[in-house]
Design a protein around this ligand. Structure first.
Ligand code: BTN
Length: 336
């Protein structure tokens, strides 16, 4: 096996990925620590240290230095090697940076955008210590349970159109989840994935732009996949696929589906324009039309009934008295 070095500070050492791949390819067969050490090019004590690290991530690696190691079950880690082999021919399968732990995949992807990384680059983490949510909130990113991924894009669009990418990501996540689990996901404008009345995931789009032209955009996607509980007050407002299905799902499978869906929706958007996104969003989101909502913007809180999306994807709300306003930014909640 080739000895590969980590290409970016903090990303997962390629040799840890090689260790996982070696064990996964020989699942249930005991491989000696000496052979592993030789094949991935590290010492036996490093192999032992890494096995411990992988166990902390939920990898069911059995054995110890004297007996050798084996995997009880192929792990659900989002390693670049495995993702790339499942994403052949997909623009999002070419440049994947993986972290066992980072502060925020959006933060990393923004920086890589400034460093001229190409469109299609993906940053994925097993855990985030400062996951970013909308409106400065923190995105709970417990190790190995959710999907925390950010895509780098360089579309030739005006900054006003960037929110369409958030909606496009929501549509892609919705289709991927539905295809894998059969669950029907609702989309709450602009960025929430909802399962019933609880939040299943969210999208955070950030960009670097000139007044009339986007330079780069990062689309960060968080999906609650295998969490079996949520801390504190999140418990009443958040849910996961596992909580809903009563079983764990493959995060690898879901991320692969999501990236493929995103690619096809993105290409369609570039070809056909905003309407390809807004029309589909309106068709599947129960929030887009006829929903009584309360909107909190920077200036005020008001209520009204949703009245579809503007051509650029902004939510329109009919206020009491019949005045239709366009929500550019703000929190939209179902009015009780
Ligand atoms: C929201 O609904 O508030 C948006 C949540 C977005 C979370 C994702 S997780 C991956 C990416 N990295 C981040 O720091 N945030 C986004």
């Amino acid at each position: 096996m080739p000895r590969a070095k980590t290409s970016l500070p903090g990303t997962t050492d390629r040799r840890i990925t090689a260790l996982v791949t070696l064990l996964a390819e020989n699942a249930t067969i005991v491989i000696s620590g000496t052979r592993i050490a030789r094949e991935i090019g590290v010492s036996r004590s490093t192999v032992w240290r890494w096995v411990q690290r992988l166990r902390e991530l939920g990898v069911r690696a059995k054995g110890h230095p004297r007996t050798g190691y084996y995997l009880e079950k192929v792990p659900d880690l989002l390693t670049p090697d495995m993702l790339k082999s499942r994403l052949k021919g997909c623009v999002f399968g070419k440049h994947i940076h993986h972290y066992l732990k980072t502060d925020s995949t959006n933060r990393v992807a923004m920086e890589l955008g400034y460093a001229n990384e190409p469109e299609g680059m993906v940053v994925v983490a097993e855990e985030q210590t400062a996951g970013r949510g909308r409106a400065g909130r923190v995105w709970q990113s417990e190790r190995g349970t959710g999907i925390y991924a950010t895509l780098l894009l360089r579309p030739k669009i005006s900054p006003v159109q960037a929110p369409l990418l958030t909606m496009l990501a929501g549509l892609s996540a919705r289709s991927a989840i539905q295809a894998q689990t059969g669950l029907t996901i609702d989309l709450k404008w602009p960025n929430d994935l909802m399962l019933g009345s609880k939040k299943l995931g969210g999208i955070l789009t950030e960009m670097h732009a000139e007044p009339s032209q986007v330079r780069h955009v990062v689309v960060g996607i968080g999906i609650n996949a295998n969490q079996d509980k949520f801390p504190g007050e999140l418990a009443s407002i958040a849910t996961s696929l596992r909580l809903s299905l009563g079983r764990s799902i493959s995060r690898m499978e879901l991320l692969v589906r999501l990236l493929r869906e995103f690619e096809s929706n993105y290409n369609r958007f570039l070809r056909e324009g905003a309407a390809s996104v807004t029309q589909r969003f309106e068709a599947v989101s129960s929030y887009a039309r006829g929903k009584r909502v309360s909107v909190s913007s920077a200036a005020e809180i008001y209520s009204g009934v949703t009245a579809g999306l503007s051509p650029d994807g902004f939510l329109q709300v009919e206020r009491e008295g019949g005045n239709i306003v366009t929500v550019i930014a703000g929190d939209v909640r179902e009015a009780v």
